[in-house]
Design a protein around this ligand. Structure first.
Ligand code: ADP
Ligand code: MG
Length: 248
């Protein structure tokens, strides 16, 4: 059995006395490709932030790589749901990815940092855009660059919060194929509404609506589609058939 890299025990979060996460217990194992689905406001982003140590739970215990989330998150690459990025800011692709290597205000970037940036841009197939200003990319290209930034350091867990919003279907498919490649070397947690894509690419599903309704293997989950209807996910409807069916 693969090692447990994230573990939550009886985690609860309240915002101003309103319960957002209730008694969540689950774990993520090495090399899992886990999708978290659920309605808007169901607590998905909050759960990711708890794992990243950005929100402290009111109750319960969290361990990330056997450490506190603050320590463990150094091994996590994070692509947030909303990027607080001024697209008019005159910064090029290379320097955005270099930010992923940021190591404190007094540290200068080394040759190693720059090599890591080039490598990350190669992985997401965006190296030829290295000098392009960030505002002059398509939504899909920008998302790849932000993924490269999340990958620019040695990461073992990749956390993606609804990365497909505003990306056209063609780009989505190649993004997912990229994730399948990355999965060979890392663990991935993906928050998404696209159950069609979930059924093809991921291995496990957690369904979150304040409580964790379901967590387990995709096969079992898909047999229990009725259970999953508890979550108002856009079921396959907006998926393109060739993305829904596994290729042989
Ligand atoms: N910092 C915060 N302060 C107060 N309420 C918050 C905060 N962050 C999120 N919430 C609330 O917590 C609930 C869960 O939010 P979120 O985790 O963003 O859900 P999801 O990502 O599943 O859409 C929502 O009702 C949201 O309004
Ligand atoms: Mg969210």
């Amino acid at each position: 059995m693969n090692a447990e890299i994230v573990s939550l025990k009886n985690v609860s979060v309240y915002f101003n006395d309103v319960s957002v996460l209730e008694d969540i217990t689950f774990s993520i194992k090495q090399n899992d490709f886990l999708a978290i689905i659920g309605p808007n406001g169901g607590g998905k982003t909050t759960l990711l932030k708890v794992i990243l140590g950005l929100i402290k739970p009111n109750r319960g215990e969290v361990a990330v790589f056997g450490k506190t989330p603050e320590e463990g998150r150094k091994l996590i690459g994070y692509l947030p749901q909303y990027t607080s990025f001024d697209l008019k800011f005159p910064i090029n692709v290379f320097n955005v990815v270099l930010m992923g290597r940021y190591n404190g205000i007094f540290k200068r970037y080394s040759k190693e940092d720059k090599e890591a940036v080039i490598n990350a841009l190669k992985i997401v197939e965006m190296l030829e855009f290295r000098d392009r200003q960030i505002g002059k990319l398509s939504g899909g290209q920008l998302q790849r660059v932000l993924l490269a930034r999340a990958l620019a350091r040695e990461r073992k867990l990749l956390v993606l919060d609804e990365p497909m919003t505003n990306i056209d279907p063609e780009m989505q498919q190649s993004f997912y194929e990229l994730l399948v490649e990355l999965k060979k070397e890392m663990t991935i947690v993906l928050v998404t509404h696209d159950i069609g894509v979930v059924s093809v690419y991921v291995d496990e599903i957690a369904c979150l609506n304040r409580k964790l309704v379901y967590h387990g293997s995709k096969e079992t989950a898909l047999k229990k589609l009725e259970d999953l209807y508890k979550c108002p996910v856009e079921l396959i409807a907006h998926g393109i058939p060739h993305r829904v069916l596994k290729r042989h």
